[in-house]
Design a protein. Structure first.
Length: 496
């Protein structure tokens, strides 16, 4: 009986080895065969592929079909997303999904292709695709470059916050557009001292620099400029998310405390809840000199936008200009991306049911050129077809702010943990509900420190930080320390 089991096991292992070898051989043959009539730009014979699209416009589909057929000899057919399902195995040759866990699960099951060998073998022929995505989007699946089961879209909508400042006030007071924190501070003081000139009878409503009850977010550019960009992976992991324990964070609090004592912030900012009427009405009413926000904050929603409301109250001359003012110790404008894995956004993948992955990559390369992006995005309904990039839907009035936001350097600690890679970090617990563990403690700590009376900043900071630690932060730090030691130091990959 034991001999039979051993023989069956041996036979099974041998059969499995043979099957794996056959699959690898067929994969190599498929790769070689599909590229046998490819000259680096165009196929000699017509290749047919299907492409998933969230919405289909006949005019756009016809334009792309004819153009890519002429340029690459690829006959492309578009299929609407609602007719496809990865769960049922009904996929287009080029598929898209925004659930990274589902895609990864199906890849581990052998239902999605590994594109790594194609990117290596044909990389010189896919320069528009690789140039658009860059390494961070090409190899966002894992730190191992030999496994690529999806491509992340290039995001043209920058995450970095910018500083908006009243350009008409600068002109009225003869001030230059600020480009540093010191220059911004001088402008804010000028706004405060000339409130009667700028606001007349409403001078008492002047708010030189607007902050709400969550300064950690609403003044993110300031705090980002104070943080140490050389922080190592372990320290970043232990102090991640709220950043309050990182070196330099206290410096940001001290700057805001100085500004608060100089009457540059709202007198009771801790009562202003984000995304409420109290948070945007001062801006729409024309009382705010400067504030930090996403590049399209003022311009979204068209006739109902904040900038439209400002114009209706103060006239068309009232306007803001976007600037970068908060430079770090290296003179750079930075935005910290603090998630460990770049799991948001649409992912592009090629299922195993696709028999011509090279043609798919050639198509993706074709649609990723700057010329094609500009051309297709200019056609009504065309942006839905640009699956290798996103964030092209923004109003023209936001272009200046968008350009300023794109100048910011991202500290992408989150895409992959530099020293260890996402393979190890998947075994670290990153999903603790911090708001549940210590609700509002970050805001209480930050707001109480910023509003510290003159000469009491250090004592208020120490007391508030101690209370913040006791409310749950130290517990999170301890939990993370144990996890780091278990996974990284001891090499224990046992899931939580």
């Amino acid at each position: 009986m034991r001999q039979y089991k051993f023989s069956a096991l041996t036979l099974f292992v041998r059969m499995t080895s043979v099957m794996i070898a056959v699959v690898l051989a067929l994969s190599f043959v498929s790769c070689t065969k599909s590229g046998s009539d490819f000259d680096g730009v165009r196929f000699e014979s017509t290749h047919h592929i299907t492409v998933q699209a969230d919405s289909i416009d006949p005019a756009v589909s016809a334009y792309i079909h004819d153009a890519v057929l002429s340029d690459c000899n690829i006959d492309v057919e578009f299929i609407e997303s609602d007719k496809l399902s990865i769960y049922d195995g009904v996929n287009a040759d080029i598929s898209i999904d925004d659930d990274i866990n589902v895609i990864t699960t199906y890849y581990r099951m052998g239902a999605i292709r590994n594109l790594a060998q194609y990117l290596v073998q044909y990389g010189s022929n896919l320069t528009d695709l690789t140039g658009l995505l860059g390494e961070s989007n090409l190899y966002s699946c894992t730190s191992d470059p030999s496994e690529v089961w999806y491509l992340s879209q290039q995001e043209f909508s920058p995450d970095a916050r910018v500083t908006f400042i009243r350009s008409d006030w600068l002109d009225k007071l003869g001030l230059n557009v600020p480009s540093s924190r010191e220059e911004l501070h001088e402008c804010l003081i000028a706004f405060r001292d000339n409130a009667d000139v700028l606001l007349g009878d409403s001078s008492s409503s002047m708010i030189p620099f607007f902050v709400d009850s969550e300064p950690n977010k609403s003044t993110k550019p300031l705090f980002d400029s104070c943080l140490d960009t050389a922080i190592d992976d372990q320290y970043f992991y232990l102090h991640g998310y709220t950043r309050t324990g990182q070196d330099g964070y206290k410096d940001g609090l001290e700057v805001l405390n100085d500004w608060y004592l100089d009457d540059l912030l709202p007198s009771e900012f801790w009562n202003i809840v984000p995304n409420t009427k109290e948070s945007y009405l001062p801006i729409e009413s024309g009382y705010v000199g400067a504030f930090c926000a996403g590049y399209d904050y003022l311009y979204a929603n068209g006739s109902n936008s904040h900038i439209a409301a400002l114009h209706s109250v103060c006239g068309e001359d009232a306007d803001y200009i976007a600037v970068n003012c908060f430079e770090n110790s290296n003179g750079e404008y930075t935005s910290w991306q603090e998630e460990y894995l770049d799991e948001h956004g649409t992912k592009v993948f090629i299922p195993m049911t696709c028999s011509d992955p090279l043609a798919c990559l050639v198509y993706l390369n074709w649609i990723s050129s700057a010329y094609r992006i500009d051309t297709i995005s200019s056609i009504p309904g065309g942006k839905a077809y640009l699956i290798t990039c996103s964030g092209l839907d923004y109003v023209e009035s936001a272009e200046q702010a968008r350009a300023v936001a794109l100048e910011v350097k991202h500290i992408q600690r989150g895409n992959k943990c530099v020293g260890y890679g996402s393979y190890h970090l998947q075994f670290l617990n990153l999903d603790t509900d911090y708001s549940y563990v210590y609700p509002d403690s970050v805001s209480r700590f930050v707001c109480s420190t910023i509003s510290a009376p003159t000469g009491e900043f250090d004592s208020v900071y120490d007391a508030s930080f101690e209370q913040y630690l006791n409310s749950g932060s130290s517990m999170i730090y301890f939990m993370r320390s144990r996890e780091w030691d278990k996974v990284i130091v001891q090499g224990d990959m046992t899931p939580w």
